[in-house]
Design a protein around this ligand. Structure first.
Ligand code: F0G
Length: 546
């Protein structure tokens, strides 16, 4: 019999936040704080921050002391997570044995559970796996991967000719040639052994590691992304037609195809399952291995669950299993969707296209790893770190966690919009990207790098964000500055997992609003040091112009 409590339960349920930005009745976070960290400084210390910024940091956000940031530190969502109490408890049980520690076996079995059957081999005889390699972070895995791949290609005397095929799409050819010039500084000379590594978009360290081995990283974001289509829900997709053309004409030069999920460089945007499946189909047609850069796999799965037809009733874990069933391997920085502060891994599917094509690869990788990181069963991590990862992988696929996280990032984005900031929409999973070209109405000179100023002024306001645009991805050779191609010009506000509340993020949005109102007064910068260096945004120093 319905009574008055039923009446109110019905009212409460209907008032609950489903997807609205201003709900009547907020759905609480899926967790509550179990430990907090007090600030060492106050938001009122504007002059102190200005001094540190100019004198110590040379306007470079990476060089600004974190303990002097009273607001949100959104430099990265990587390694900045607040761990759960279950993770802290698991760390106490870490086994610090030198080889084959207990945590390794738990990790291996958890990787199987998280990513699905067939990827991580279950060698019940014990010992280290031939498919799972631990690293201390993502880029260490990337470096190992491309070092060993280069050795394998050299051993095989790979030779692909000195000219790009005439059947290669003209636009694509120009992009490849530009890429070669941007890092070799020479007029397009392709060598017999030049390889091309395509992706929806490589992250900067992946790009750096590929170039460092003399290979050519090539970004192929989908057209909807390039056209800034705000209605399109999977802007992380790869351009399938371009991929097909590249593999049909220059497939021999492509050792593998990459997909970054979610697409960090392209705005933290998700990739649709249908796009993943199509890439698998094409790579299979040309017999080319297919890999994920899987840092934010769970967030990607949440978007598929929410927005792709046919996936609403599938669990996050089921979706993750399907996503990974298409690939021949992946590397992952566990500092993102591993929910830990340090860790990475590389997985090569036993019997997959990559393992078949490069049969000596895992042996070479084991040698490399022993020399550089330690035995593959700990790979530069302590036993307690490994325990925290296994626990983190169990939490990260919880739908209530992902709901809290991704909707919070969305609300933050909408606050920035309310404050007059142009952002990439729809908002991605881990970060909000401010569109610098639109912010300055296309009126800023590229060479002024005004995004660097904007980030610096945000630091004075008390919050840290990060330039990921003309400076981070452009290059400077022989006195000529080249913007990234395709052009990216963003400032990223990456939200650490489980660390901030809406009030903190809204404070940042309001400070950004003050800058938006005064955008005409924002100066350019002089680059005082490092313009011609590789990965220059980590190292350069600047000063305000004028
Ligand atoms: N791949 C992607 C897509 C990344 O976002 C990152 C790191 C890496 C690889 C490298 O992993 O840091 O563990 O060595 N991204 C961080 C960021 C640094 O701020 O987006 P790592």
């Amino acid at each position: 019999m319905a009574d008055i409590t039923d009446y109110f339960i019905d009212k409460f349920r209907k008032g609950l936040d489903q997807d609205r930005v201003d709900p009547r009745y907020f759905r609480p976070r899926a967790y509550r704080n179990a430990a907090v960290r007090f600030r060492k400084c106050s938001i009122d210390d504007f002059e102190t921050r200005r001094d540190i910024l100019i004198r110590e940091a040379g306007l470079n956000a990476f060089l600004f002391r974190a303990d002097m940031i009273p607001g949100c530190d959104l430099l990265s969502d990587s390694g900045t997570t607040t761990m759960t109490i279950e993770q802290w408890a698991a760390m106490m049980t870490g086994d610090e044995a030198y080889g084959s520690n207990e945590g390794y076996f738990e990790f291996k079995s958890q990787m199987g559970e998280t990513f699905g059957p067939g990827l991580v081999d279950d060698d019940s005889l014990g010992g280290s796996s031939k498919s799972l390699f631990i690293f201390h972070q993502g880029r260490a895995a990337e470096n190992a991967f491309f070092s060993v791949l280069k050795n394998q290609l050299q051993k095989g005397n790979a030779s692909f000719g000195q000219h790009l095929s005439k059947d290669l799409d003209r636009e694509l050819r120009e992009r490849i040639e530009l890429k070669i010039r941007s890092f070799s500084g020479e007029e397009t000379v392709l060598t017999e052994s030049s390889c091309i590594i395509p992706s929806n978009s490589h992250f900067d360290t992946t790009q750096g590691n590929i170039e460092n081995k003399g290979m050519i990283p090539l970004n192929m974001p989908c057209r909807e992304h390039l056209a800034n289509d705000e209605e399109f829900l999977f802007r992380g997709n790869m351009d399938i037609e371009e991929l097909d053309n590249l593999l049909a004409t220059e497939g021999a030069r492509v050792p593998l195809v990459y997909l970054t999920i979610t697409n960090n460089t392209g705005g933290g945007q998700p990739v649709a399952m249908s796009n993943i499946a199509e890439i698998r189909k094409i790579t299979k047609k040309y017999n080319i291995p297919f890999f994920f850069d899987a840092c934010r796999f769970a967030e990607n799965a949440w978007f598929i669950h929410r927005n792709e037809e046919g996936y609403a009733s599938r669990s996050i874990t089921e979706i993750v299993h399907e996503m990974f069933s298409y690939v021949d391997g992946f590397h992952i920085s566990l500092k993102k969707d591993g929910l830990v502060n340090m860790g990475g891994a590389l997985v090569i599917r036993n019997g997959g296209a990559f393992a078949e094509k490069y049969p000596d690869f895992t042996e070479g990788l084991t040698d490399y790893q022993i020399m550089a990181e330690g035995h593959p069963t700990y790979g530069g991590l302590s036993g307690r770190d490994i325990k925290a990862i296994s626990e983190g992988l169990r939490t990260i696929v919880r739908e209530d966690y992902l709901d809290s996280r991704i909707k919070q990032v969305g609300r933050f984005g909408e606050q920035l919009v309310k404050q007059g900031l142009p952002i990439i929409r729809p908002v991605g999973g881990h970060a909000v990207y401010i569109d610098v070209d639109r912010f300055f109405d296309g009126r800023a000179d590229d060479g002024d790098f005004k995004a660097i100023s904007l980030v610096a002024l945000m630091l004075i306001a008390g919050h840290r964000v990060c330039e990921l645009g003309l400076y981070a991805f452009g290059s400077y050779n022989d006195g000529v500055e080249s913007p990234p191609n395709p052009r990216v010009n963003y400032i990223r506000a990456a939200v650490p997992r489980l660390a901030y509340e809406d009030q903190d993020l809204f404070s940042l949005a309001e400070a950004a609003g003050i800058l938006a109102e005064n955008r005409d007064k924002i100066p350019g910068v002089n680059v005082d040091y490092g313009r011609n260096l590789s990965m220059r945004h980590f190292k350069s120093r600047f000063s305000f112009k004028g």
